[in-house]
Design a protein around this ligand. Structure first.
Ligand code: GLN
Length: 384
């Protein structure tokens, strides 16, 4: 058996969700929202299941959805993408896998930034790539130009960036994006941009893709997710967008991973992207309000929060909160003593992790967040 998989633990999200199910803990670990619900999109999926085709859709995605994705990016991010530059996938994780398999040749080096999503390193390795990991500056989660320059070699071919960033909920600084764009152009790299959180950027900020920076249009794979846009994480409908010479190759990798994505979900997502701009803005405002409520509550009970500008997540600085426990131990103690599941940030590092940060998902109903805060407040003296 392949040692990469044989020796790896089950993903931290699944592990913590399992513990939450076993113990009945409130699950603020794995990132999924419990609202708001978009009935139009869900009804459209039901109607399509009943009344439209349930056979293989086109391999690269339904034309309706590819056009809707291109239109949505035109309206929201001022990008000019043609429908044939879009390949629909079964979730963004498939898109990341397909992009890495399509682009990497054995021995190619891939620039990654940590904290990083747990799928990245194993996928790079299985595609034959060598991960070169650059640490974000832990005081501000920005890219250090020297560390970036030091990680590049003549074998570097690809850069994989998650922006907005899970787990810290930060958005890339425009100067960092400009630096990355220059780095890609100067070193002839392809950028794979995991932008699944693009619709969940708060405080009036506007998401800007690395694809829009000078020289990047022809060398970027931009990855998105309907699961995040509509809060339907179980649907696993994602996509990758790239200039035609790249998109054609991406499609070849996709065709031997999942081949197609359920057609009813594709029709529903197309309808949603075409008609639900107001709902998407409402959902964003609601998540922002949840963030504000939860962060204020955490601070009130004496926990130090790290600023979050996007995603479903906020992190607590355990050490700055006067808790002398490492993040993993604190997460287990929280499940056992407070009945709350969270995610240790060290799980997002391949080496030398910080151990003082714990991630909470705030995309929950107000009553759930209130109950979680009460439980935490009550258990906290025992956790210190
Ligand atoms: N993206 C989700 C998170 O960060 C997890 C997805 C998964 O469980 N694989 O919580």
């Amino acid at each position: 058996m392949n040692p990469i998989y044989r020796d790896m633990p089950t993903t931290i999200f699944e592990a913590m969700s399992m513990r939450a199910r076993e113990t009945g803990a409130i699950n603020l670990g794995q990132g999924f929202p419990d609202g708001p619900r978009n009935d139009l999109v869900i009804d459209a999926a039901c109607a399509a299941l009943q009344h439209r085709s349930n056979q293989y859709p086109p391999m690269v995605g339904l034309p309706e959805l590819r056009a809707a994705i291109a239109d949505w990016y035109r309206r929201h991010q001022q990008l000019e993408l043609a429908p044939d530059e879009v390949v629909v996938t079964s979730g963004a994780t498939e898109a990341i896998a397909a992009a890495l398999l399509a682009i990497i040749q054995p021995g190619d080096e891939v620039l990654l930034f940590q904290p990083l999503y747990d799928a990245y390193c194993p996928l790079v390795q299985r595609a034959g790539g060598i991960a070169r990991i650059v640490d974000f500056d832990r005081s501000c989660w920005r890219i250090d130009a020297q560390a970036l320059a030091d990680a590049i070699s003549p074998r570097t071919r690809v850069l994989l960036l998650n922006d907005p960033m899970n787990p810290m909920g930060t958005t890339a600084h425009p100067d960092d994006l400009a630096l990355l764009a220059r780095t890609c152009v100067d070193n002839d790299l392809i950028a794979i941009c995991d932008e699944v959180w693009e619709a969940l950027v708060y405080d009036g900020a506007q998401h800007r893709s690395l694809l829009s920076y000078p020289g990047m249009r022809e060398r970027t794979v931009k990855i998105g997710s309907a699961g995040k846009i509509f809060g339907l994480t179980g649907w696993k409908v994602g996509w990758m967008c790239a200039a035609p010479p790249i998109a054609r190759v991406l499609a070849k990798a996709h065709q031997f991973l999942t081949f197609t994505t359920p057609p009813n979900l594709q029709w529903a997502v197309a309808e949603g992207l075409n008609s639900q701009d107001d709902w998407i803005a409402m959902a964003r405002a609601q998540h922002q309000a949840s963030r504000d409520f939860f962060c204020a509550g955490l601070r009130k009970i004496g926990l130090a929060t790290v600023p979050s500008a996007a995603t479903y997540f906020v992190s607590v600085d355990v050490a700055a909160s006067g808790i002398a426990m490492e993040d993993m131990a604190f997460c287990h103690a929280m499940i056992d003593q407070a009945g709350i599941a969270a995610i240790p940030i060290s799980a997002f590092y391949s080496d030398a992790p910080p151990t003082h940060l714990v991630r909470f998902c705030f995309a929950k109903e107000r009553a759930t967040l209130e109950r979680a805060l009460e439980r935490l407040a009550e258990a906290l003296p025992r956790l210190k």
